[in-house]
Design a protein around this ligand. Structure first.
Ligand code: CMC
Length: 431
């Protein structure tokens, strides 16, 4: 972070304060208000963090106006096309693309950690049999603190490294187990001869009763979905992980907090909500009715998979996802998939509508991902768990960056208090 030559000036009540500014390597300049309260006795007010940089980071950069997403400087479309998920994990964690030897070593380390403690199977069995896989994941990932206490001391860099590898390696196993449990099938152990995505598909779709061959093209599509969701700067779940970790809480508890936040329909839950919406629309002739509802101020309905806090242009991940949807459906021989038809026509009509154009609402990553996942055989309840397992690398990378920063402080926002001022207690008989 280099200090800019600029200062911002804040004036009120006849007093003037000079606020230093920082220049990032990309993106808008930042006004440093850290000493503002001490010097001026005022807070700033920004409830949805729309104008607040909550930290400095070197991991991911988004240019929302241009629709650009960079991981450690590399554009997401290049990574989705030329790289693969575990290489992207290495990049996010350690900052550079690995050499072949380093990648092999990293893949071996992750692969060696794919199994979960056998006793965790009992833990799963405590959930209701129809539990949503996200409910199970929040609980089981939090419970990793109990099973892997030997890597929960955040002050020890070696334990942080082990916890990182464990989380990246075990989340697919946990997500697949949550799925198997929800449909009453036996858990499938990981297979270390398969790559990361193929192993996940095998754990989800194979059964002991018959042979299951992972289709390599579907494994590649799965891997691309993981890559497209890997990290996304200081979004709600990542900020949740950072805030939870700022107290020194263990990484498993903090990632569980991130999963809980991701579940909401405004965030990771949008992929499930989007596919449900596309199904509800059903046929292209009903699209105008739903567009009208999305525009109606008195109707809480929103077009799911549309709009983004940061992107005011195409979400670059949505472009790759749309192309992937075509490829996967083509491969599976699904011609004229009605959901894909509705999605494409809805996108066309919404983009041509002045409401969406004026508010700069474009399809986001969740708009097409559900169509691919459904075609692969996943029920909608698995969409957000897949997002969670993909985003784990982002959460882990951001957590490590924060913990390693010597300037780290506990996150403690202030408030604009609008409640009663001090008053005296009134006895119940006098109220
Ligand atoms: N459909 C209809 N109107 C919308 C939509 C939408 N999907 N999204 C935003 N708007 C309108 C909104 O009503 C508001 O209008 P006005 O200015 O007249 O009050 C304006 O656009 C700005 O919306 P906002 O809610 O103030 O914007 P935000 O940055 O707080 O919200 C969002 C961003 C993603 C929560 C929102 O666009 C949304 O709810 N989208 C649908 C859910 C979704 O697809 N979420 C996935 C996001 S990408 C993946 C992820 O982050 O997990």
């Amino acid at each position: 972070m280099t200090e800019s030559t600029k200062n911002a000036t804040l004036s009120f009540d006849g007093k003037t304060f000079e606020l230093p500014m920082f220049s990032p390597t990309a993106g808008p300049d930042v006004i440093d208000i850290r000493k503002l309260y001490a010097q001026a006795d005022v807070f700033t007010y920004d409830p949805g963090f729309t104008s607040t940089a909550s930290c400095d980071s070197t991991i991911t950069f988004i240019d929302g106006a241009e629709g650009v997403l960079l991981h450690r400087g590399y554009p997401i479309d290049q990574l989705a096309e030329k790289s693969h998920f575990l290489e992207v994990c290495y990049l996010l964690l350690y900052g550079e693309l690995p050499t072949a030897a380093k990648l092999e070593d990293f893949e071996t380390r992750v692969t060696r950690h794919t199994m979960v403690h056998e006793q965790m199977h009992n833990f799963f069995r405590g959930f209701r049999r129809d539990a949503h896989p996200m409910a199970t994941m929040v609980g089981v990932v939090g419970a990793m603190s109990a099973f892997y206490a030997d890597s929960a001391d955040v002050s020890d860099p070696w334990q942080r490294e082990v916890a990182s590898i464990r989380l990246i390696a075990k989340l697919p196993t946990i997500a697949a187990m949550a799925y198997k449990y929800s449909i009453g099938q036996p858990f499938v152990y990981p297979r270390n001869d398969l790559d990361y995505a193929a192993n996940f598909l095998n754990m989800c779709f194979s059964v002991p009763a018959e042979k299951y061959e992972v289709n390599p093209i579907l494994a590649r599509a799965m891997d691309r979905i993981f890559t497209l969701h890997a990290d996304h700067e200081q979004n709600a779940s990542t900020s949740t992980v950072r805030l939870a970790s700022s107290s020194g809480a263990n990484p498993f508890a903090c990632i569980a907090a991130g999963i809980a936040c991701l579940w909401g329909p405004a965030h990771g839950g949008a992929n499930q909500a989007c596919l449900e919406m596309l199904r509800e629309i059903g046929t292209v002739d009903r699209i105008p009715e739903f567009i009208a509802r999305a525009k109606d101020k008195d109707d809480p309905f929103r077009l799911m998979g549309f709009g983004h806090r940061v992107y005011k242009n195409f979400d670059p991940r949505a472009k790759v996802m749309k192309q992937s949807a075509d490829e996967v459906l083509d491969l599976l021989g699904v011609e004229n998939n009605p959901t894909l038809q509705v999605a494409k026509e809805l996108e066309k009509q919404a983009l041509a509508d002045p409401y969406f154009a004026e508010k700069k609402l474009f399809p986001n990553v969740d708009f097409y991902s559900g169509i691919i996942l459904e075609a692969m055989g996943f029920p909608t309840s698995m969409f957000t768990p897949i997002f969670a397992l993909s985003r784990t690398i982002g959460w882990v990378s951001q957590w490590r960056e924060m913990i390693a920063d010597p300037q780290m402080k506990i996150g403690r926002p202030r408030q604009l208090y609008l409640g009663e001022t001090q008053r005296d207690y009134v006895n119940v008989e006098d109220r």
